[in-house]
Design a protein around this ligand. Structure first.
Ligand code: 16G
Ligand code: MG
Length: 545
């Protein structure tokens, strides 16, 4: 394949790069050639999907400002399939002189004869390197002979939404940013009006005021649009609105990992706060207790239980037999899993880290709710369940109450971005549920008490020596590591710990939880030392702080 402009997008180094859980992610300065090549690959992917539109998002989410990344979005707004991750890795790493041949070979093997009908849409976040990378992408798409459309600045979930809208011929919504906000806010307004008509107590006590940390990311620019459409229904007070440094001591990842508020914010007890990450696909909530004056985090697990509990009651009210399930990862707090199983009595599955795994598993349910503890998640509804809801909502043999419940559930579904976790959609969903349940943040938090936990990072020579099994809950290599972890865990009441190589950083992650913070810290440290000793640690041995 002849790629015009290839000479402008040559490799800057020979360090191998891999398409991981979040696509390619590294320093923005290393990515121009990778993204140019991904433009061509997206064109091939489109051809393999009978000309369906493929999305490409340029972002490094919660990573520092100098990093960047790229990921491809499949026709229904899903993550790229695993086989194609492999192709992406191969194409990104071939020498400059072999790019054309490698792409040619791939198209031939896949039976692709033309790229002229391929369509690729793309968007970027607010990083300084993003515009130049978007140019590289456009050049790559055009060099492959495909058509493309640049959507400029979007959140990652907005791009996923747009891709699905285009490929469903508008059935999922209008394929524009306006269409996105229209769909979400119309559903939100409708749901709030239904509640108003029912004179829910909450509408008198519900504080429609949210303090939102936008991580100085791409979400910051979108909140005013949301606000303009919601008016008084929800008042959003924006901090880290884009005027500061992206993800610097703020944002969902900082708040979740550090278990503290963004630096510099002034929180009064009882206020409802939330943080987005840099590309607005994650959200966590938090508050200062009115009595204990402590910081409390409402993370992805708390959102998942709130959403699953609400949906379970609603499904029951429809009278339809739809099976609802919840999907988590090993990072889910043990208390949340117990609460879901024992209290909510909703089946729960555990899968490896990474949205694609959760999404895939959630598809096994009629309604699948999935959340990572870090705040990334959504709910998805199978086509047949959606059709039976539509049918029942218009069926004269169905009782009025059940029809109403079907209508309500259909509006809730419209409020949800089913393509991928979406901080803005999740924000509206949580706000709607809290209002519907007449709960403030403290009541929401009381559903269950998180076990204290700690996450640590360990630098090792080669993180791939750590291998895991059982949805990352057990280490299968190095040989005796799991035995040693088990011995440590056994010493702590409610102890649980696991290790896994990060998919986004060159480190091994350690997670531990136990009955007290002190115990969780000690367990995490013990396990970090085990990793350091048994998996080739670099630098100083981890110490307890
Ligand atoms: C990526 C994943 C996220 C996961 C995180 C884990 C997607 C869209 N994003 O950000 O789901 O939690 O990686 O990072 O899949 P880690 O492998 O460095 O722990
Ligand atoms: Mg993100």
């Amino acid at each position: 394949m002849q790629l015009t402009g290839l000479k402008d997008y040559q490799k800057v180094d020979e360090i191998p790069i891999q398409y991981g859980t979040a696509g390619f992610r590294t320093k923005g300065s290393r990515l121009k050639h990778v993204i140019f090549r991904m433009g061509a690959l997206a064109a091939i992917r489109s051809a393999c999907q009978k000309g369906a539109t493929i999305g490409v998002m340029i972002t490094a989410s919660h990573n520092p400002e100098e990093d960047n990344g790229v990921k491809l979005v499949d026709p229904m707004g899903e993550m790229l399939g695993p086989e194609w991750e492999q192709y992406a890795t191969e194409i990104a790493n071939v020498p400059d002189s072999e790019v054309g041949t490698a792409l040619q070979k791939l198209t031939k093997n896949l039976g692709v004869t033309t790229l002229a009908n391929s369509r690729v849409v793309f968007a970027r976040d607010t990083r300084p390197s993003s515009p130049i990378l978007a140019e590289a992408l456009e050049a790559g798409i055009k060099a492959a002979g495909a058509q493309c459309q640049n959507f400029g600045l979007l959140t990652t979930p907005q791009l996923h939404y747009i891709v699905r809208c285009i490929n469903s011929n508008g059935e999922y919504g209008k394929p524009t940013e306006d269409g996105y906000f229209e769909k979400l806010t119309e559903a939100f307004v409708k749901l709030r009006n239904i509640r108003k008509a029912k004179k829910m107590k909450k509408l008198e006590t519900y504080k429609a005021c949210l303090y939102l940390d936008a991580a100085n990311g791409v979400g910051a620019g979108k909140v005013p649009i949301l606000q303009s459409k919601l008016g008084e229904l929800l008042q959003i007070n924006l901090v880290n609105d884009g005027s500061g440094k992206l993800n610097h001591e703020c944002g969902a990842d900082f708040v979740k990992v550090q278990q503290k508020p963004p630096t510099g914010v002034n929180m009064a007890p009882g206020q409802r706060w939330a943080s987005l990450d840099g590309d607005a696909d994650r959200i966590v909530f938090y508050f200062i207790g009115t009595t204990d004056k402590q910081f409390h985090l409402l993370d992805g697990d708390k959102i998942a239980t709130l959403v699953a509990g609400y949906l379970k009651d609603l499904v029951q009210a429809t009278g339809l037999s739809l099976n609802l399930g919840l999907v988590q990862t090993a990072y889910a707090n043990g208390s949340s899993t117990r609460y879901i199983t024992d209290q909510l009595q909703v089946p729960v599955a555990c899968v490896p880290t990474g949205v694609k795994h959760l999404h895939h598993k959630a598809q096994e349910f009629d309604i699948g709710v999935y959340f990572e503890a870090n705040g990334h998640g959504t709910a998805i509804v199978s086509d047949t369940s959606y059709s039976s809801l539509k049918k029942a909502s218009q069926d004269s043999t169905v009782s009025e109450e059940q029809k109403e419940a079907c209508d309500l559930l259909l509006s809730v579904i419209d409020l949800i971005n089913q393509t991928v976790g979406d901080a803005i959609s999740d924000l509206l969903l949580v706000e709607m549920i809290l209002a519907a349940l007449d709960w403030d943040v403290e009541q929401w938090n009381q559903a269950y008490t998180d076990l204290p936990n700690r996450q640590l990072k360990v630098k090792v020579k080669d993180r791939s020596v750590i291998q895991t099994t059982d949805a990352e809950r057990k280490a299968s290599f190095p040989k005796d590591l799991q035995k040693a972890i088990d011995q440590s865990v056994a010493k702590y009441s409610h102890g649980r710990s696991f290790v896994r190589p990060s998919g986004t950083e060159d480190i091994v992650r350690v997670y531990a939880e136990a009955v007290s913070q002190d115990a969780a810290d000690k367990l995490a440290n013990e396990v970090a030392v085990l990793v350091f000793k048994m998996a080739g640690g670099l630098g100083e041995e981890p110490k307890l702080h």
